[in-house]
Design a protein around this ligand. Structure first.
Ligand SMILES: Nc1ncnc2c1ncn2[C@@H]1O[C@H](COP(=O)(O)OP(=O)(O)O)[C@@H](O)[C@H]1O
Ligand SMILES: [Mg+2]
Length: 235
């Protein structure tokens, strides 16, 4: 493996347990270690329940590990609290989910402007930036002022990707991003995510149970029963 400095993400001995009752716990992630370079697409592959979502949530600081460390660009994510933790979520990572989670009362444009607003960007800059991002993900001007209910699933996912890019994060975390789409649309979304790697300098991590989607990635992390069972590098 290349040296530590070149790695964007270093995960060491990661454990996440959930309590299922007063006396019992389940380990959703159980002693996982890996390191990942920047500007690649990485797939986390494995059957339902193997711990993919839990791992992504830990990487995105949506959840705290029970044990182990996550270091992203030298930041110890597992030890972030309060404002540092929210800054990390707002600026360093962008999230894409299976069900898009767009805000239904806002237009596509406004959904993309929202994270810019949270960051304190001026309104004019927000709109110009959001329109540029929507163009970039393939949503033309005639669709940008529509609410999510007037967009197809694939279009909604494009908006969600534009929103994830709003604050220029280094890392995009996508949890089953094609899980609600037909296979042709899903392929296009994966190509879009892939185009963000070398072309735009993002590191894209996609959790999927779909082997075809995982095959498109540069690196595949395979999980089973909360453990990492292999790491495969495509090149
Ligand atoms: N909040 C939670 N409380 C209890 N168990 C959980 C929780 N989240 C996940 N789990 C359990 O952890 C395991 C891994 O879940 P998850 O990370 O969602 O897997 P995947 O995304 O691969 O389907 C499963 O057994 C799941 O039931
Ligand atoms: Mg999942």
């Amino acid at each position: 493996m290349s040296n530590y400095k070149e790695m964007v993400i270093v995960v060491d001995g990661l454990v996440k347990q959930f309590s299922t009752s007063e006396y019992t716990t389940v380990a959703a992630v159980n002693g996982v270690s890996f390191s990942l370079p920047r500007e690649k697409m990485i797939a986390i592959k494995g059957p339902s329940g193997c711990g993919k979502t839990t791992l992504l949530n830990l990487l995105g600081a949506l959840d705290k590990p029970t044990a182990g460390n996550i270091v992203v660009d030298g930041i110890k994510v597992s030890e972030l609290y309060g404002v540092n933790e929210s800054e990390y979520r707002l600026r360093k990572v962008g999230f894409v989910f299976q069900y898009y989670y767009l805000i239904p009362s806002l237009t596509a444009l406004e959904n993309v402007m929202l994270p810019m607003d949270l960051r304190g960007m001026k309104r004019k800059g927000q709109e110009a930036g959001a329109r540029r991002l929507l163009e970039r993900v393939g949503l033309d001007a005639s669709h940008q002022d529509r609410r999510p209910t007037r967009l197809s699933g694939g279009e909604q996912q494009r908006v969600a990707i534009a929103r994830a890019l709003a604050n220029a994060p280094a890392i995009i975390l996508a949890d089953e991003p094609t899980g609600n789409l037909d296979s042709k649309t899903g392929k296009r979304i994966i190509e879009l995510l892939y185009s963000l790697t070398q072309q735009e300098g993002r590191t894209v991590i996609v959790a999927t149970h779909d082997a075809d989607i995982a095959a498109r990635a540069d690196i595949v992390l395979e999980m089973k029963d909360a453990k990492l069972i292999s790491q495969t590098d495509a090149n």
